[in-house]
Design a protein around this ligand. Structure first.
Ligand SMILES: N[C@@H](CCC(=O)N[C@@H](CS)C(=O)NCC(=O)O)C(=O)O
Length: 227
């Protein structure tokens, strides 16, 4: 079977699929597109005009959660619980992580302080909710690494950009999230889910968007340069 991941370099939803491909050692190729100028072939095959897409022997799969379940199913299925209720709960938390990614996009692309703070506060309260769900770990569901871990990991990859200057993780009030995030960021599949220049590309995107957070970051960088 041949697998081709259609990607945009800073998309967190693509990262979910990249993590599962890496964690499962699935041989694949990656084709990058520019979402600001998407090629006609992509618009033709992507029903929602979004990445990720996974081409499987030429057939098109879309939606990161669906792609990940498929990849897991064809490689042993151990990234999902067997019991239907646990499986359903995990799917719900994957959806929760998607909601957080949406809020994170709104926060980082907000043009003013008020909007930025609104999404930031929603995300912090969502992180607190996750904190309450986590047990002793090491992973979201306990001993077993699952697709919930792959779904949340990109949130932490984005959170770590700019040397955690704007981290949503309050380590004192969220010790379990803090530990879980560190564990995820240390995994090779997570490290390799982004291109080497991910941080600078991500920040360049925020600069292009003229976002509030980018201006805050630029001010900190300027201050650091003069120290
Ligand atoms: N629910 C989708 C979300 C994917 C998504 O929002 N991708 C963004 C990039 S991060 C995209 O392709 N946006 C292009 C657009 O909305 O036109 C998934 O989980 O795969």
């Amino acid at each position: 079977m041949s697998f081709e991941l259609v990607s945009f370099k800073t998309c967190p939803f693509v990262q979910r699929a990249a993590i599962t491909l890496g964690y499962k050692n699935v041989e694949h190729t990656v084709t990058f597109i520019d979402l600001a100028d998407p090629p006609a072939w992509f618009l033709d095959i992507s029903p929602l005009k979004k990445v990720p897409l996974l081409k499987v022997d030429g057939e098109i799969l879309f939606e990161s959660a669906v792609i990940n379940e498929y990849l897991d199913e064809i490689t042993g299925g151990e990234l999902q619980p067997k019991a239907p209720l646990e499986r359903a709960k995990n799917r719900a938390w994957i959806e929760f992580a998607s909601n957080m990614l949406g809020n994170s996009y709104m926060m980082t692309n907000a043009l003013d302080k008020e909007k930025y703070e609104k999404y930031c506060s929603t995300l912090v309260s969502q992180m607190h909710r996750v904190e309450k769900c986590l047990g002793e770990g090491p992973w979201f569901s306990g001993e077993q690494f699952t697709l919930v871990d792959t779904a949340f990991a990109p949130i932490f990859v984005h959170d770590a950009v700019a040397d955690y200057h704007f981290s949503l993780i309050e380590s004192k009030s969220m010790p379990r999230v803090n530990d879980w995030a560190k564990r995820l960021l240390a995994l090779p599949a997570v490290k390799n889910s982004v291109v080497p220049d991910f941080d600078s590309l991500y920040l360049a995107g925020l600069e292009k968007a003229n976002s509030y957070i980018w201006h805050q970051y630029a001010a900190i960088s300027d201050q650091e340069k003069t120290e």
